[in-house]
Design a binder for this molecule. Structure first.
Ligand code: UDX
Length: 430
């Protein structure tokens, strides 16, 4: 099938590449020339394990191409995916400006029947919105359908998530268009759910908000564990064995960040308010999440005060492991709080350093974790990269001036850390 994917962010680039790998002819379009130039010279604009190899292979085999010319992509393809950003506005609503612009371009260039698929995370009603724009601006009488096909991939495992999704949700206005999408996804042999457009749009937000709720819930339990002398990792394990609850997304820590959960929970909150529905459940989820870093920062400051002149080493900057993404990363909030208290900050992340250098000022960028530890009064684990789990703790401790290890992701066993001479403070335990 001839497929066009508009937007080469995480979702668009990975989806387009996977469709090409399944044998389709895919044109990926982006209006940022620098990104397209990078892709055309084999350089990935994002860090995602396995992506580069898959892109290069499909470009080589001429199934995948990159262009800034949206008209080419639209004219040559039967199915057009919209995968552009929908960032939050100041009031938390999703900003649909990019979706609207793309819809106008599609209206302008389409010359044949087209299936327009919304892959961007968009509030319920956006399918209709896109349909109305195309109807209004189209230049000839060709027919089209608008479909909602939300993406559930996670950064860091995006390719695998795309190839082996738990489910494929396809929200369609009629049976005919459903068949075309089923055909496109059939090679994956995964469960598919056909719904109306609005239900598909809500499935995406409901799923993300539910997972965010699970995280805030376990973090709330972690707060109680800290006071009660219990261990949240054991509590989560005990809960997770119940198959109705499941063990996923019960990792207590510094809360959820990234490009999806914070913005999607806010957007769903706005939708609920728009429909005049009580949204206090979501408000609590968001509030609990926002309190994670200040609460942890207070625990750090209690132990180290006065903060002036103290050297704090931060291990991990990305919002989660296996990505270089710093959007809504907890590291940034924590570093800002500690700098305000006049601490000196040293940082290291295995892949997010280049991105961090564009954002973080007044911190020392280090070569590795041992370099971070040199002369530090305390270390703080913010991102649970595998390479931090296997550090030589004796060597780390010997490099330091102080002896505190604050673990915001519970990656160490207390005995091991204490044996190396650390004072260990983690989440959801005394
Ligand atoms: C998420 C959804 O999982 C994915 O389906 C959707 O398409 C996009 O949003 P992503 O943001 O890439 O994916 O990362 P995810 O692995 O879900 O983690 C999100 C945040 O939650 C991270 O900050 C992570 O550290 C945090 N988290 C996750 C926890 O604090 N505890 C957990 O148990 C799980």
């Amino acid at each position: 099938m001839n497929v066009c994917v508009i937007g080469t962010g995480y979702v668009g680039l990975v989806t387009g590449t996977v469709f090409a790998d399944l044998g389709n002819e895919v044109i990926c379009v982006d209006n940022v020339k620098k990104k397209i130039d990078m892709l055309n010279s084999g350089v990935m604009p994002i860090y995602e394990p396995g992506l580069r190899e898959m892109v290069l292979r499909n470009v080589e085999e001429k199934r995948l191409s990159f262009t800034t010319k949206i008209s080419d992509g639209i004219r040559k393809s039967k199915v057009i995916f919209i995968a552009v950003g929908t960032p939050p506005k100041a009031n938390g609503e999703s900003d649909l400006t990019a979706v609207e612009e793309v819809a106008r371009e599609i209206a302008r260039y389409m010359d044949d029947y087209k299936i327009i698929v919304n892959k961007s995370t968009v509030p319920v009603g956006t399918g209709n919105f896109v349909r109305n724009i195309i109807e209004k601006f189209k230049r000839n009488n060709c027919d089209f359908d608008v479909v909602s096909n939300p993406e559930f991939l996670k950064e860091g495992s995006a390719i695998a998530d795309c190839l082996y999704p738990d489910r494929i949700v396809i929200g369609v206005p009629n049976h005919h268009v459903a068949m075309a999408l089923l055909e496109l996804y059939a090679p994956l042999e995964r469960p598919m759910l056909i719904t109306d457009v609005e239900s598909a749009e809500i499935i995406k937000y409901a799923s993300n908000a539910f997972l965010a709720t699970k995280i805030s819930f376990i973090n709330f339990i972690a707060n109680i564990c800290e006071k009660a002398g219990a261990d949240v990792t054991l509590v989560a394990k005990g809960m997770g064995y119940d198959s109705r609850i499941g063990s996923h997304f019960l990792q207590a820590g510094l809360g959820f960040g990234g490009s999806c959960f914070p913005k999607d929970t806010l957007s769903l909150l706005c939708t609920a308010k728009k429909f005049k529905e009580d949204a206090s459940i979501l408000e609590s989820v968001i509030k609990l999440n926002e309190n994670r870093v200040p609460r942890f920062a207070n625990r750090i400051m209690e132990k180290l005060k006065p903060m002036k002149g103290k050297v704090i080493g931060i291990l991990g900057l990305a919002f989660k492991p296996n990505t270089d993404d710093l959007r809504d990363a907890k590291s940034l909030v924590l570093i800002r709080d500690l700098l305000k208290k006049k601490a000196s900050i040293k940082v290291f992340d295995p892949v997010a350093m280049d991105n961090a250098k564009n954002i973080l000022k007044n911190v020392t960028f280090c070569k590795n974790a041992y370099d971070v530890a040199k002369g530090a009064d305390a270390l703080v684990v913010v991102t649970e990269w595998n390479e931090f789990k296997l550090l030589n703790l004796d060597k780390l401790r010997q490099n330091m001036r102080g002896s505190y290890l604050f673990d915001g992701r519970n990656i160490y066993a207390r005995e091991r850390v204490e044996r190396a001479g650390f004072k260990y403070i983690c989440i959801g335990m005394r």
